[in-house]
Design a protein around this ligand. Structure first.
Ligand code: AMP
Length: 549
């Protein structure tokens, strides 16, 4: 029997219309580095999104399904693109500006982008790539920057403001199929070619609703969110869409992502929420330790993208800022888990829950699969690869223009679950603790050592600023851990002392013999520890390794 309910497609244009009318007064504040930030209401940004859609269709000839790329920081114009492009039936393709040039070229060519929206400050990055991007015909420049490099190139150059000025303020948004592509983002994978994840209108809509649930970020129009996580990294964790649903103010850092301007932004604009990867919070902590600032407006901070060291969480607790751990991937839109403890616990009882990756929301099902392919129990002990499925989880990757989507066997199970490549345990209450990436786990004498556990324990040492642990070949054991540490200024501890410190929480056979100190742990394009790079430096003999007895 069929239901008697209406079937209104879940479309990005509906989120836009809702935000610009019901929450028209909410604001996007973009940092400019000048005395005053730039402020624009949702009503204004929404109207400009209508105008941008007109410009893209009427002037640049953008057609339904066409990919339109953005190479932009987090700012109001990028939000306008977020809404205009999917709403008109085209596909928003966010480009990660930190990728190596050859990967960016590969991605733009793979998606066959014809139009690129770029911030003027990023032209020095784009201009040298353009000769290698034969599909790109139009470059739309937003904000200041030297445009002269574009003169000699066979592309049409437009100024964003000039392009949208005077356009009609109403675009008749098409009634699309909610399963159609809305946006795409290539994974920043460290092996093989990048893989394109294509989000549907439906997945964006449902994911945004989840982001707004109290069990996730749970924000309202009384809040302002400092969105540090880039709009090119999994849609800034879904926040730009979610804000238009509930009127959350957006504080956008643009290119001012260094600890000092972030600290200033927080103190001046007083956001109640923020979202960023652990390296950002590490940097900010060092900054406010040296130059104290008031961060206490932030009632809740979402931290994810890589494991949050418990010591970092404790340090922010002391500053009156509560970090809430979340796990996700480009393939999961990204909200996969959030670590809100169950109700009714004391602070002390909450702690073991807070340091997990968190529990799954209703839209995400999870299972752990052991090495033999068997599904493992949720007993908090059995470790296996995490597989997930749900309404905002990828079922395949973009296969290229006109080609079928691809479902590599190592990424998707036969019965359609996403293989995350993350290894961990789940408790009977559904709390996930990740112990490693499958490819980062250290296999020593047939037993697994968790690199994350060692890193967390190391980063609890007061003289260690950062620590990354990787597997290195060992004649006797197959693999052993190499501890790569960044020592704080004036540190006096030697490696033996550090190992002894680890011995307080880590089993003796897991303690690293090999140690090296570096100025900074190498990072990936989205700010995660680049363990592949560390392994390579080690293989090439470029790390000065001390081996303890
Ligand atoms: P990306 O697609 O670039 O966002 O990377 C996704 C991967 O980041 C996941 O598969 C995890 O390995 C890692 N990751 C994300 N969040 C966390 C977290 N809270 N703890 C540990 N690893 C994480």
């Amino acid at each position: 029997m069929l239901s008697t309910m209406q079937d209104v497609p879940l479309l990005v244009s509906r989120i836009l219309q809702h935000g610009m009318t019901i929450h028209g007064r909410s604001r996007i504040t973009t940092w400019t580095g000048e005395a005053e930030p730039h402020r624009r209401t949702f009503a204004e940004a929404g109207t400009r999104a209508h105008q941008l859609a007109h410009a893209l269709r009427d002037e640049l000839g953008v057609r339904p399904d066409e990919r339109v790329a953005t190479l932009m920081w987090n700012n109001a114009e990028h939000v306008e693109a977020y809404f205009a492009i999917p709403s008109m039936g085209a596909v928003l393709h966010t480009l990660n500006l930190r990728l190596p040039p050859e990967q960016l070229v590969w991605i733009v060519n793979h998606a066959a982008d014809r139009v690129v929206l770029v911030n003027g400050s990023l032209l020095p990055l784009l201009v040298p790539l353009l000769p290698h991007l034969p599909t790109v015909e139009h470059v739309v420049v937003s904000g200041p920057g030297d445009r002269s490099g574009l003169d000699a190139l066979p592309v049409r150059v437009h100024d964003y403001e000039d392009l949208i000025a005077g356009r009609p303020t109403r675009f008749d948004w098409p009634e699309l199929d909610e399963r159609q592509a809305a946006a795409m983002c290539y994974t920043s994978g460290t092996t093989g070619d990048p893989k394109g994840v294509v989000y549907s209108h439906r997945s964006v809509y449902l994911h945004s609703m989840q982001v707004n649930m109290t069990e996730s970020m749970g924000l309202t129009d009384r809040d302002t969110s400092l969105i540090v996580v880039p709009q090119f990294h999994v849609n800034a964790w879904g926040l730009p869409h979610a804000t238009f649903m509930t009127g959350i103010g957006m504080l956008m850092p643009d290119r001012f992502l260094q600890p000092a301007p972030l600290a200033e932004m927080i103190e001046r604009e007083k956001p109640s929420h923020a979202a960023a990867v652990p390296t950002i919070w590490q940097g900010l902590l060092a900054e406010v330790t040296a130059n104290p600032r008031d961060l206490t407006s932030m009632k809740q901070v979402t931290i994810g993208g890589s494991a949050c060291p418990p010591a970092l969480m404790e340090a922010y607790d002391r500053l009156g800022v509560r970090l809430c751990h979340a796990w996700g991937m480009t393939e999961t839109s990204p909200l996969g888990t959030m670590a809100h403890p169950p109700a009714g616990l004391s602070a002390e009882e909450e702690w073991p829950y807070r340091i997990t990756q968190g529990r799954f929301p209703a839209g995400v099902e999870a299972r752990l699969v052991g090495p033999g392919g068997d599904v493992l129990p949720w007993d908090g002990e059995s470790a296996g690869e995490l597989e997930v499925r749900g309404n905002w989880i990828a079922a395949a990757y973009f296969g290229g223009v006109g080609a079928e989507p691809v479902r590599p066997e190592d990424k998707f199970s036969e019965d359609g679950w996403l293989k995350t490549g993350d290894v961990g345990v789940i408790t009977s209450e559904g709390f996930l603790t990740l112990t490693d990436r499958a490819k980062d786990v250290i296999k020593s004498g047939g037993e697994w050592i968790s690199s994350v556990e060692l890193e967390n324990a190391l980063m609890a040492h007061p003289e260690i600023a950062e620590a990354a642990v990787v597997a290195v070949p060992d004649e006797k054991w197959g693999e052993r851990p190499l501890a790569t540490v960044v020592l704080r200024d004036g540190a006096t501890a030697d490696y033996s002392a550090l190992r002894e410190f680890l011995g307080g929480t880590i089993a003796k056979w897991q303690l690293p013999e090999r140690w090296t100190a570096v100025d900074a742990v190498p990072k990936t394009s989205v700010g995660k520890f680049d363990k592949k790079k560390i392994r390579e430096l080690h293989r090439l003999g470029q790390l000065e390794v001390t081996t303890l007895d």
